[in-house]
Design a protein around this ligand. Sequence first.
Ligand SMILES: Nc1nc2c(c(=O)[nH]1)N[C@H]1C(S)=C(S)[C@@H](COP(=O)(O)O)O[C@H]1N2
Ligand SMILES: [Mo]
Length: 555
Amino acid sequence: MAAVGTGDEQGSGLRRGRSARARFAALAGLASGLVTLGAAALVAVVTGASSDPLVAVGAAFVDATPTWLKELAAETFGTADKAALAVGEALVLAGLAALAGVLAARRWVWGAAVVVALGLVAAAAALGRPGASAWTAAPAVVGTAAGLWTLRLLVDRLPAPARSSSVAATGSGGTPAHPVGTASAGGPGTVGTSARDAWSRTDRRGFLQAVGVAAALGAVGVVVGRAAGAAGRAVTAARDAVRLPRPVRAAAPVPAGVDVPVDGVEPWRTPPDAFYRIDTALVVPQVDPATWTLRVHGLVEREVELTWDELLASDLVEAWVTLCCVSNPVGGDLVGNQRWLGLPVRDLLARAVPHADADMVLSRSADGWTASTPIEALTDDRDALLAVGMDGAPLPVEHGFPARLVVPGLYGYVSATKWVTELEVTRFADARAYWTQRGWSERGPVKTQSRIEVPRGGGDVAAGDVVVAGTAWAQHRGVRRVQVRADEGAWQDATLAADGGIDSWRQWRWTWRAEPGEHVLHVRAFDPEGPQTGEVADVVPDGATGYDSVHVTVV
Ligand SMILES: Nc1nc2c(c(=O)[nH]1)N[C@H]1C(S)=C(S)[C@@H](COP(=O)(O)O)O[C@H]1N2
Ligand SMILES: [Mo]
């Protein structure tokens, strides 16, 4: 072995060659990862969005996430938790792809094993989605094959591993390496000979170009595949074509004065585009009303299957209902009020005739989500609706088009199934819904709540008469009274806004004689049973309690 330079120099040159090689190998891994995703996204145009590895793995992750982590994510990212998940997934994947490249450059089988393992995870996740067929694994399989092929091509273009300084490397594909010492070698200051020297600038440029081309092709595949898939599946045209019938019973007219005349209070009627959105769907299910049906089965005298046309031809009614999420913290905004159009669920259940021992209806969505609703809430005289309309228009796609449930008095997680396709009449003892399987209560009646919207905490207010205002809700029981107190003093009655019905929230306001200094305001609402509890409880397992408060600096 002809030594060039000292042993130390030689060693560090070797190491440097190795780490440079590893860096390039990592790039090869990243580019191959993109090719995998691009090829998969293109196949998923045909096999459906939920078969796309990123979507399938993300969805499986969402379903498997422990409740505490989900709560943490919701607290940290709010309704941006889906974006946060996508970023997290991309980072983990990028790390694994780079690792696959580095390993493949050392020993091909190691790198290939990482790629195949990732492919298997993606295939398994896709096959585990509701409505999966064997084809659902196709994007993962095709993507993995394309990724492996790309990785092999790129790794073959890397310089041979730097084993010894004197051995002029030969390309692994049998290509003769450039001789050491030509113009293509490392240049001034290069220590010893290493992989770097054996790899000409031209080789390096060629490699980086190949990496660039692969990465670009992969990225284009992802973008085009996603866009084509979304355009092909989109039900926006079908939604635009829907003509909703007039209700046989219109909603009670909204009295004047449901909105308190105070700037900064959320409107009584929540605009649909401002309505909070909560669901586990990473891609919004696109359900074509032409093929949609709702099946009522289980503990019933006769199964009922309802088509879209039959539903629209039924006697639909309209009702204002405030919907809220069990994950809404005290003072939070996962709550909204809207006018819904739909078929009373009791009419639908009456057609099926539930058995006397049934005490629950497990509703299921097109994407496999489930909610457990006490059957009495669906059969008593409240406006529990199989809703098709919101604010006089077909449901927005992200709010459940073509049909969803809306049940006054229950949190969304036990009642408000969007993209609903099935009602299984059953018993609490026999079936458990999506969130109940994850530690939440099987029943979720809404807890009476109130919040202060004005003044917002943080800013200063001028001493004197200060208007304090906000909203309270106690769906299907009704808000009877709202009280406010300053600095833990005596509770004072607030003035209630006009009453839009017991299923809707209610605004209130109160005038406060504010003295300069630091103050804290609390609010509480009363339903017919009495005041809401001030006891502080977390959202898990069945909804937060406690008084909303704001800290105000009066100057
Ligand atoms: N298919 C489906 N329906 C669903 C959910 C879901 O994850 N999937 N989430 C429920 C929850 S927890 C709530 S609070 C409401 C929210 O309805 P919105 O997004 O229209 O406000 O939808 C309910 N319906
Ligand atoms: Mo929710």
